[in-house]
Design a protein around this ligand. Structure first.
Ligand code: IPE
Ligand code: IPE
Ligand code: MG
Length: 231
């Protein structure tokens, strides 16, 4: 069948902990494997011609996890950002972050901002990492920016531009792994008309083949946006 490649894919990468526990390993091993899979999927998206890939890496609610797991997750992110600079440049991948920055340590924040600058000319694929991201928090921060801008009136388009994904087209396809069927406070505004795809596989088991399966499924969807489709 002919694949219709989504411009923008968003993924809730879930099930790292369960994958590790099933194998008698500590949860963090699932996060390590999960990071490798994220890299593999980013490369696959670049090859397939996807323009934007948004990955949910850490939610505003994930701070409720044990301190040790939170620390290990941020260390993993720090190591990745440090070691992948040149690879990203070679692959033509631009990195952007969405989410709050005020609760992230200064050293990590500079690494994030440095990588955004370093990759800003790359145009093959933009990978957007959602770190300390919550959909409701995003909307509230946008409202604050609207107020600060002094605007007296607002419409959907202007409001969108104040959100973290301002300027990025809405996701065409959302994938969530590990059998969970909820949004968990991910990009609420931008998912209004996104096609949803769920798989029981845990994120560490996800692969390029599974991504293609999801895109095949997406290719069969009839997107109507409220209209009646012509016969
Ligand atoms: C997703 O895997 C990664 C993050 C939320 C950081 P989980 O850590 O949520 O794995 P499960 O859902 O507990 O199996
Ligand atoms: C959503 O997964 C957040 C990320 C993937 C980063 P969670 O595992 O935190 O979501 P819930 O708690 O199952 O809804
Ligand atoms: Mg989970």
């Amino acid at each position: 069948m002919e694949l219709r490649i989504p411009d923008h894919i968003a993924i809730i990468m879930d099930g790292n902990g369960r994958w590790a526990r099933k194998r008698g390993m500590p949860r963090i091993m699932g996060h390590y494997r999960g990071a490798e899979v994220a890299e593999e999927i980013a490369k696959a998206c670049a090859d397939l011609g996807v323009r934007y890939l948004t990955l949910f890496a850490f939610s505003t609610e994930n701070w409720k996890r044990p301190r040790e797991e939170v620390d290990l997750l941020f260390n993993l992110l720090r190591d990745y950002l440090k070691s992948k600079r040149e690879d990203l440049k070679k692959l033509g991948i631009r990195i952007r972050f969405i989410g709050r920055r005020d609760r992230i340590g200064g050293d990590l924040r500079s690494l994030m901002e440095d990588l955004e600058r370093y990759t800003s000319d790359n145009s093959r694929l933009t990978v957007i990492l959602a770190v300390d991201y919550g959909g409701r928090d995003d909307i509230v921060r946008a409202v604050r920016r609207v107020i600060d801008s002094g605007a007296r009136s607002i419409d959907e388009e202007t409001f969108s531009s104040f959100l973290d994904l301002g300027g990025v087209p809405d996701p065409d396809l959302l994938i969530r792994t590990a059998g969970e069927k909820r949004i968990s406070n991910f990009i609420l505004w931008n998912l209004a008309y996104t096609e949803l795809y769920f798989t029981d596989l845990c994120w560490p088991e996800f692969s390029k083949d599974e991504l293609i399966r999801a895109i095949e499924d997406f290719s069969r969807r009839k997107r109507k946006f409220g209209r009646v489709l012509d016969e």
